[in-house]
Design a protein. Structure first.
Length: 239
């Protein structure tokens, strides 16, 4: 399991798209992120689905190259200012170009007692995640930060938009179920991971990262990408 202590941004790429890419996630995928998004360039909400093992195709017109890779389920530890948070979601299965430092869609939680380089304990995970718990948008013990790579513009394909980029983060995430789960991690180093499969529902908005914005930790904006009917099943590993 790969952990990083600071969210690293990758070099900018030219990925020109006029709409959020719509894909059909396999409904039987054990881990997924499904939501409806209304971006700043469109009036109607569009469905966006990310599922474990789904094949992603990204075309880079600058080099006339198409990158193809599967989505994997993973988690990282990252710093938001001085706050260490657990980041979980759907990541690129490619190490070279896109890396795995940022998810295509993910959620960050500030579990109490997180330590650099260490997974949370089973007790900590069970006390933090339970059915019926609701988190407000943002960073903190009772908050959740949504991240999403917007496939519509340069450089937002590699720099994720986030809830906390909004001057006033808005939205909620509610845990709907928690169960023990054994996950066979296919990337290097391979292994059998013990943890929890957690399901949730969410809605609200994400602060859209736009070309020209400062690429620091908190490039605040009032440009919001609206989200509705969001649901996810994600994995949290414990030691």
């Amino acid at each position: 399991m790969k952990y990083v202590y600071l969210l690293l941004f990758l070099p900018l790429i030219a990925c020109q798209k006029e709409a959020v890419e719509v894909r059909n996630t396999v409904e039987t995928a054990p881990f997924y992120f499904r939501l409806e998004v209304r971006d700043t360039m469109h009036e109607a909400f569009q469905p966006v689905n990310y599922g474990l093992g789904e094949i992603i195709h990204i075309y880079d017109p600058t080099y006339e190259t198409e990158y193809t890779f599967p989505l994997i389920c993973d988690q990282n530890l990252v710093y938001r200012g001085e706050q260490l948070v657990l980041q979980t979601g759907m990541y690129s299965g490619d190490y070279s170009y896109f890396g795995r430092e940022t998810p295509f869609f993910g959620i960050e939680f500030a579990l109490p007692g997180l330590q650099p380089g260490l997974m949370p304990t089973r007790e900590a995970v069970e006390q933090f995640f339970y059915a019926g718990r609701t988190f407000e948008a943002g960073i903190g013990p009772d908050k959740a930060n949504l991240l999403m790579r917007m496939q519509i513009d340069n450089p937002v394909m590699v720099v994720p938009s986030q809830s906390i980029y909004l001057y006033e983060p808005t939205g909620t995430l509610t845990i709907t179920g928690v169960e023990d789960y054994t996950y066979e991690f296919q990337m290097e180093p391979k292994g059998i991971l013990q943890g929890k499969r957690i399901t949730c529902q969410f809605e609200g908005a994400i602060g859209r990262f736009q070309a020209g914005m400062p690429r620091d930790e908190f490039p605040l904006t009032d440009v919001a990408v609206e989200i509705q009917n969001g649901e996810a099943a994600f994995f949290v590993q414990y030691k």
